[in-house]
Design a protein around this ligand. Structure first.
Ligand code: GLU
Length: 488
């Protein structure tokens, strides 16, 4: 392929969501697979809704996913500026070109007038699009409007006929032009509309392939008309299917977390998200699920992107996150866990070496059961608190048996007396006592577990006790015995 150049062109009006992240990923993979260039362009021409905070949030999320761009904000490049708000003169120039060649005309209608025309058409049961009022104004009529001080917008003249989008994923998609109104390319305030600015920029930035969500498919015939009117070569288009929620309606906030930042906060790993997102529409074969980034770069192609909607399955993402979590080395995982522990008030934001080593061990114990990094908090809070909160059901089930107070007292006495407080020694005490008392090991282990962790399930109890240490273990056993004695 001749120099693949692709772009992600977000409007900075919110966070980066699952759909946008998948678009970034597909573009990035396409660029990397072909040894091409990935451009990030900020489409901030909607002055009211664009914010710098959104630009930052989008950039942070892309970086967090571990994806990089070759041209754009923070890195520059020879096709800049990469913020559309800094390119207004360029759009003006091309708008003038369309105007002078008769492909565009000034429209003096005010928003109120357009709204009135729309209502009237609705009342008559007619199509509510732009009625074409300014398309055939005489020079004199124009002058009269100008004299009133009206600032015109520029509209593109849509000719009759048909526009065919030759899409790499969808095949040929035909649009009848009569359903497309003369659309605005430059607003009266001098800002371009999305369709127009995108055509100018995609051409000047020499974008070879436009890979984007298929909500933009209806925009494509308009864009193609402008490419032709401006004498520009067409890029290749690839519209990626919609993402649906598990209930098969368009993925939205109703389905839970949708922004990438939320997933980060929930303790998902970038590798897991990247692997999951790529499967929303792309499949290498019927069975393969887990792909490293290197494998994705090597294997990704648009031919294997489906035109059918993809269904977002949070359970599968969670499963995949668990997979990546177990593949992450403990040092890295511990560092990630600290953020969540600190946020939950269970650790300081920068623990010293000793505490880090302890957290590493805790994460090592919990890892098999964790699905997200945040699970270090939900599953392992008892490692970091002074006292434990008993889970009511576990308390009822395992601590109210009549042999328990005596058992906990005796276990406590023996644990206090052993030389070394290692998992192996702790195990000997618990099993030894069970044998002496003529009970099954589980009958001893379960109550001890609830007494020291507050819950019915935990990683191996001997390792847990070793990590908690003798003092904490003994004082928790004491606390459980005291609680049972008061019967509360
Ligand atoms: N700014 C548009 C959006 O955020 C870009 C669409 C495109 O890729 O052309 O949806």
């Amino acid at each position: 392929m001749n120099r693949a150049r692709v772009r992600f062109a977000p409007s900075p009006t919110g966070y980066l969501h699952v759909g946008g992240a998948r678009t970034v990923l597909f573009n990035w993979l396409f660029a990397r697979h072909h040894g091409g260039t990935f451009v990030l362009r900020i489409e901030d021409t909607d002055v009211e809704r664009s914010t710098e905070a959104s630009v930052d949030a989008i950039i942070d999320s892309i970086k967090w996913l571990g994806l990089d761009w070759d041209e754009g904000p923070t890195v520059g490049g020879r096709y800049g500026p990469y913020f559309q708000s800094e390119r207004l003169d360029i759009y003006r120039e091309y708008a003038d070109r369309l105007l002078s060649k008769g492909y565009a005309y000034p429209c003096y209608c005010t928003p109120d007038e357009l709204e009135e025309a729309r209502r009237a058409a609705l009342a008559r049961g007619e199509s509510v699009g732009y009625p074409g009022r300014c398309r055939h104004l005489s020079a004199e009529e124009r002058r009269a409007f100008e004299a009133e001080g009206r600032k015109p917008a520029l509209r593109f003249k849509v000719d009759d006929g048909e526009t065919v989008v030759d899409d790499l994923i969808r095949g040929e998609v035909r649009f009848e032009n009569r359903f497309i109104d003369d659309f605005v390319i430059l607003k009266s305030d001098g800002y371009p509309t999305y369709n127009f600015a995108a055509v100018v920029d995609d051409t000047l930035m020499e974008i070879s392939h436009i890979i984007r969500g298929d909500e933009h498919l209806p925009n494509t015939p308009k864009q193609i008309m402008m490419y032709r009117a401006l004498g520009f070569d067409l890029p290749r288009f690839a519209h990626v299917s919609m993402i649906l929620g598990p209930d098969r309606t368009k993925l939205s906030k109703r389905h839970g977390a949708t922004s990438i930042g939320q997933y980060r906060d929930e303790g998902y790993l970038p590798d897991a998200l990247v692997n999951y997102l790529v499967l929303l529409g792309w499949a290498y074969d019927a069975t393969s699920q887990i792909f490293s980034r290197e494998e994705l770069v090597e294997k990704f192609s648009l031919e294997k992107v489906s035109k059918n909607p993809a269904v977002f399955d949070p359970e599968k993402l969670l499963w995949m996150n668990g997979h990546y979590l177990r593949a992450t080395d403990l040092k890295t995982l511990a560092a990630l866990a600290v953020e969540h522990l600190a946020r939950a008030g269970l650790a300081t934001a920068s623990p010293d070496g000793r505490e880090m080593a302890r957290i590493e061990k805790i994460v090592g114990l919990l890892r098999e059961r964790m699905h997200t990094v945040k699970d270090v908090v939900t599953l392992g809070d008892f490692f970091f608190t002074e006292k434990v909160d008993y889970d009511a059901e576990a308390f009822e089930k395992f601590l109210t048996r009549d042999y328990v107070p005596e058992t906990l007292r005796e276990i406590r006495r023996r644990l206090a007396a052993i030389d070394a407080f290692t998992a192996a020694d702790v195990e000997k005490v618990l099993r030894g006592y069970a044998a002496e008392a003529g009970r099954k090991a589980g009958d001893i282990i379960h109550p001890v577990r609830v007494a020291v962790t507050g819950r019915a399930a935990s990683p191996g109890i001997f390792e847990v006790l070793e990590l908690l240490g003798r003092d904490v273990t003994c004082s928790r056993l004491d606390a459980a015995v005291a609680r049972l004695a008061t019967g509360s």
